[in-house]
Design a protein around this ligand. Structure first.
Ligand code: CO
Length: 509
């Protein structure tokens, strides 16, 4: 374990912005092969496949895009078996990717500010959305999906990452229907074993696993649809609830009885977007005078929803939620910002001043159903994002969280470390990538023979500016000590989300 006391005093001493910026160079090429350059040893019992998604292109034929969230989705998969790892990356062949690559220029406006050449007149009244399939990649019931929250998922072949096409999920989704990028998997009986000392990775006979996802249709009021798929991929339940006002809902959390959303106090002014001056994401305004609303939607469609108010904050990601034993309190851990972090039109994200943007911090909220009171406390004030935890702790009381963190103890900065937080004791472990290392979402992978919540590994795909290539880093989850560093030959631009499955999708060793 490394000391939390980083030595440099000035935030700029922790990294160079030029180093950081190179991690956002496009990676137009697709690769496949064994990873042979390994420092340390890949654990022999680390078996399964890591999938990661994120923007692979930050320009179209040399024309820069306006925001990395607008970049075409590129999926990486790393298959682990018998101490070896096999890598593959492929772009999702979305309609927009195929058309723009053929045309050699930007044909679509991006939600976060990418505009077609020609100024506002060229963009005015063009409200087509490009489904860029870049946010998450999840596997369920023999289907691998590249997810993007405003439209249908793209189905991929998990072995080759070839794009099969848009997936209606057996007719569940109509053309153009949204399907969020942040599904949660309810571990069922495997989760219910928590607290009994059993940390099994396979579900037992009762309490099936569920894939729980949502879709948002915003407007003057916002419709939220909850989909639950059973282990065979069939629809187990679907319900739609309506809430007043515009809602920007990127993520949610689940418990055995509830889906929990935070309706951030933001408004949407469509005019600058419609007229071609701004991207849709840049037309969102944060109002700190309005409360944040916790929307509690029962997973049982026959029960009523609850809305609890709390002081204004902005949340993209929740770590986890769980219920008290009597069911009267829901606790949720979330990464909170003081306001909506956005770029003004005309500001190139490559020259971003990190210090001018709010930093994410990890907070715990206790929602008391009887009194409708919400209390909160900061769990981690260091700038952090992308929380993860043991998959069987989803919706249950967790002890450990793993999260991307800044090296600097204060202020907003790139994620250059992994932090492990023991929420029971407050103990922390810290893995520092160093001045030349830039990370993102750490993923906890359970050891199949594990008996404790932190028996396993943390996988992190990190950009190494030293050699302008990415490293797949394997840490011991107990103390975040380095187990192995797998050196890819190429760099993978900073990604968004990923997942790990115990099935091996790749060539056999
Ligand atoms: Co996200």
């Amino acid at each position: 374990m490394q000391s939390l006391e980083a030595k440099p005093q000035n935030v700029s001493e922790f990294y160079s912005r030029d180093d950081w910026r190179r991690g956002y160079e496009s990676q137009p090429d697709e690769f496949e092969g064994w990873i042979d350059d390994v420092e340390g040893a890949i654990p022999a019992n680390l078996t399964g496949t890591l999938f990661r998604n994120g923007p692979g292109l930050l320009d179209i034929a040399g024309e820069p895009i306006g925001h990395p969230f607008d970049g075409d989705g590129m999926v990486c998969r790393v298959a682990f078996q018998n101490g070896r790892a096999h890598f593959c990356n492929r772009f999702v062949r979305t309609e927009g990717y195929v058309a723009e690559q053929a045309a050699g220029k930007i044909l679509y406006r991006g939600v976060f500010g990418t505009q077609k050449a020609g100024g506002w007149l060229a963009n005015c009244l063009d409200l087509r959305i490009k489904n860029i399939a870049n946010t998450h990649v999840m596997y369920w019931a023999d289907r691998l999906w590249a997810l993007w929250e405003a439209a249908e998922p793209h189905r991929l072949n998990p072995h080759t990452l070839e794009t099969i096409g848009l997936d209606s999920i057996d007719g569940l989704l109509k053309p153009g229907d949204a399907f969020a990028a942040h599904a949660r998997i309810d571990p069922g009986a495997a989760g219910d074993a928590i607290g009994t000392g059993r940390w099994t990775t396979a579900a037992t006979s009762k309490g099936d696993r569920r894939f729980v996802n949502f879709a948002v249709k915003p407007g003057l009021s916002t419709n939220i649809t909850i989909y639950e798929l059973d282990e065979a991929g069939k629809l187990a339940s679907r319900q739609t609830r309506s809430v007043p006002g515009f809602a920007f809902l990127h993520d949610f959390a689940i418990t055995p009885n509830w889906c929990i959303f935070f309706q951030n106090p933001v408004s949407f002014n469509p005019l600058p977007f419609v007229l071609g001056f701004k991207g849709a994401g840049q037309s969102i305004a944060f109002d700190p005078k309005q409360p944040t609303r916790a929307l509690l939607i029962p997973r049982d469609p026959s029960r009523s929803m609850r809305v609890l108010e709390m002081p204004a904050c902005f949340v993209f990601h929740h770590a986890n939620a769980f219920e008290s034993a009597d069911g009267e309190q829901i606790t949720i851990d979330s990464v909170c910002y003081d306001s909506f972090p956005t770029l003004e039109p005309g500001v190139d994200f490559r020259s971003i001043d990190f210090g001018s943007l709010p930093a994410g911090q990890l907070w715990r909220f206790d929602l008391k159903l009887a009194t409708e009171q919400v209390t909160s406390r900061c769990l981690e004030s260091r700038c952090c994002e992308f929380p993860s935890l043991h998959p069987n702790a989803v919706g249950r009381e967790h002890r450990y969280l793993y999260i991307g963190a800044a090296r600097a103890p204060q202020g907003n900065a790139p994620l250059q470390a992994v932090l492990k937080l023991d929420v029971q004791t407050g103990d922390r472990a810290f893995f520092d990538l160093g001045a030349k290392g830039f990370g993102g979402e750490p993923l906890f992978v359970p050891n199949p023979q594990g008996t404790q919540e932190d028996d396993g590994w943390v996988l992190l795909l990190a950009y190494n500016a030293e050699r302008h290539a990415s490293d797949l880093i394997i840490l011991a989850a107990t103390d975040l000590s380095l187990v192995a560093r797998l050196k890819l030959k190429q760099h993978i631009p900073y990604g968004l989300h990923g997942s790990f499955v115990p099935q091996v999708f790749g060539p056999s060793v």
